[in-house]
Design a protein around this ligand. Structure first.
Ligand SMILES: NC(=O)C1=CN([C@@H]2O[C@H](COP(=O)(O)OP(=O)(O)OC[C@H]3O[C@@H](n4cnc5c(N)ncnc54)[C@H](O)[C@@H]3O)[C@@H](O)[C@H]2O)C=CC1
Ligand SMILES: CCCCCC(=O)/C=C/C=C\C=C\C=C\[C@@H](O)[C@@H](O)CCCC(=O)O
Length: 258
């Protein structure tokens, strides 16, 4: 898919990875981006900054807690009502808080599943849309284990398993939709700092043993991996790990000869 005149919806679009993706989408001449986020102040601020940079009417902020089915569907509807179409859905919002693990699973996994199905409803060729691409944000710990962050790791493994499987569901394929996921290593966002504030078993260990020593994926490395996945019409069910300084690599599922 090329980006010209297309429309994206990005959850967690107010900040971090979602903001960086939205910026790149607009720089590639997308018609508009819908920033879907629970943080109203940041969301309004980011939308305003994008309108100053790319022109009036290019960015729409939708206040939404992705754990609410009603709010998430309203965001998809607002996006289509505002821009007249939807082509790319990035299910990206996420948190790290092992102490609030049920909430974390709701945000990191349930909302990704719900967002994917809503994308089929609002982008599907059988539902009046033009087809499109769903990009789900997992993590490198969607592929490998990480102690002290068992539930975060489980939620991100869930995103990988769901993406690999949903991509080949007839209802998804027959609606002209591809589904992919990214598995970044640590990225240059405030994610860990926010996790410190909220309190998490992993962040205490991270702070003591790793902080300042873990290389970070730069926004440019991450966004170019996502752009490639969106542009590549053969990328479906693809799970791409993104490693600082080494770019993006597709990780096939294990072949168990079953
Ligand atoms: N930063 C990192 O090192 C890595 C992050 N990831 C994943 O990338 C995704 C984005 O993370 P970052 O941009 O780094 O974090 P971030 O904290 O900078 O941005 C996350 C955004 O999601 C929003 N959000 C949180 N809960 C929400 C909810 N219930 N409803 C709607 N919006 C909500 C926040 O308000 C924020 O704007 C997450 O899924 C995270 O797990 C994956 C690998 C590495
Ligand atoms: C488990 C919570 C992770 C939250 C963020 C996320 O989703 C992904 C983080 C990704 C990468 C973390 C990398 C950690 C690397 C270390 O295990 C080690 O390899 C780095 C050591 C560097 C050194 O110089 O010792």
């Amino acid at each position: 898919m090329n980006f010209d005149g297309k429309v994206a919806l990005v959850t967690g679009g107010a900040d971090g990875i979602g903001k960086a993706l939205s910026d790149v989408f607009l720089s590639k001449n997308m018609k508009g981006v819908c920033l879907v986020d629970v943080n109203e102040d940041k969301g309004q601020e980011t939308a305003k900054a994008f309108e100053e940079k790319y022109g009036a009417g290019k960015a729409k902020f939708c206040k939404c807690d992705v754990t609410s089915s009603e709010q998430l569907e309203a965001a998809f509807k607002t996006c289509v009502d505002t821009f007249g179409r939807l082509d790319v859905a990035c299910n990206n919002a996420g948190i790290l808080n092992e102490y609030k693990w049920k909430l974390m699973v709701s945000i990191n996994l349930n909302a990704v599943i719900e967002g994917t199905y809503l994308a089929v409803k609002y982008m599907g060729t059988k539902n009046g849309g033009n087809g499109g691409v769903v990009v789900n944000t997992s993590s490198v710990v969607g592929l490998v284990p990480r102690q002290y962050a068992a539930v975060y790791t489980a939620s991100k493994h869930g995103v990988v398993g769901f993406t690999r499987s949903a991509a080949f569901e007839p209802d998804v394929v027959d609606n002209g939709i591809r589904v992919v996921a990214i598995c970044p290593m640590a990225v240059e966002t405030e994610f860990m700092a926010i996790a410190y504030e909220q309190g998490s078993k992993y962040t205490e260990v991270y702070r003591n043993e790793m902080e300042g020593r873990v290389p970070r994926v730069k926004f440019e490395e991450l966004t170019s991996a996502v752009v490639q996945l969106i542009e590549d019409k053969d990328a479906n069910g693809s799970i791409n790990v993104i490693v600082p300084g080494k770019g993006s690599k597709s990780i096939p599922p294990p072949n168990l000869n079953l």
